[in-house]
Design a protein around this ligand. Structure first.
Ligand code: NAI
Length: 267
């Protein structure tokens, strides 16, 4: 894949999947504009400090981003060990606010990738509430409506990932006329700093099972980065409005249930 001369915005560049994605993009020739609440200089060409839980901070960051942009990878995220409001703001409201502000700066045929999660796989069960929140474009109105749900932070994490998957489809359909593709990537468990918090909030059993179902290990960040680059690839591949599950095949076993035999470990 070549990203020579392509300008790509990546959030979450200070750590984990965002850092791995930014480095892979730079290796492939891209100019990476990295956003994060924590400083990062080595993993991007231009770094902009940005708190995705704060719309004013996002406004300031966007002013520093020159157009055109050829790609946007929304990767930053926080776990359900943080307060529910923070999880909702960073994982959904901030992602949506940044994306909506950057859409006019995107070149025709640009690509957007939103990192969701297999934790968001249940979006069909909550489609009507997700749709209601998606129609509330205003930050404060949407937050107030979310607060009325009285959801705890752990459930909020899954809910925000469901919202990201549906928001991705919505933007994909709105931007299709100018060739802008919008997809989500849903990792299973990945070896990054956030994983310890997932063990605390989701429980050892679930994550242990997921690991076994994936063949005995969690993903490495550059394996998720590879999938993100595939979706960002300027060649396009006609992939649009899709949620790509990147979990080493763990979900296959859940879907097949009694039909499948447990996998032998594979490293
Ligand atoms: P990580 O903790 O290594 O990286 C998250 C990044 O987001 C950090 O650089 C952090 O500083 C940044 N961030 C946090 N709050 C922010 C804020 N308010 N404003 C701007 N940046 C902020 O975690 P990881 O694994 O790289 O996570 C990347 C994405 O992958 C997240 O959206 C996460 O939900 C998702 N994911 C991760 C999985 C895993 O097992 N690691 C599984 C499924 C999805």
């Amino acid at each position: 894949m070549s990203f020579h001369d392509k300008r790509i915005v990546v959030t979450g560049v200070s750590s984990g999947v965002g850092q791995a994605t930014a480095l892979a993009l730079m290796n492939a020739g891209a100019f990476v504009i990295g956003l994060d609440i924590k400083p990062a200089s080595d993993s991007c060409s231009q770094f902009i400090l940005c708190d995705l839980s704060n719309p004013a901070s996002i406004d300031e960051a966007v002013l520093q981003i020159k157009q055109p942009i050829d790609g946007l990878a929304n990767i930053a995220g926080v776990p359900g060990s943080l307060p529910a409001d923070v999880v909702f703001k960073v994982n959904f409201l901030g992602l949506r606010y940044l994306t909506n502000l950057l859409l006019p700066k995107l070149a025709d045929r640009a690509s957007v990738v939103n990192v969701a999660s297999t934790a968001g796989a249940g979006w069909r069960n909550h489609k009507s509430i997700c749709e209601r929140l998606l129609t509330l474009g205003d930050w404060h109105q949407c937050l107030a409506s979310f607060q009325e749900l009285h959801m705890d932070a752990v459930a909020t994490y899954d809910f925000t990932k469901e919202l990201v998957i549906l928001y991705t489809m919505l933007v994909a359909s709105n931007q299709r006329h100018r060739g802008v593709r919008v997809n989500s990537v849903s990792p299973g468990a990945v070896c990054t700093p956030i994983l310890a918090a997932f063990y605390d909030t989701m429980g050892d059993e679930l994550l242990h099972n997921l690991k076994q179902q994936a063949g005995g290990r969690d993903a490495y960040p550059d394996e998720i980065a590879g999938a993100i680059l595939l979706m960002l690839d300027p060649k396009g591949f006609w992939i649009n409005g899709t949620d790509l599950i990147v979990d080493g095949g763990a979900e296959v076993l859940m879907n097949l249930e009694g039909l499948a035999t447990p996998p032998l470990p594979f490293n």
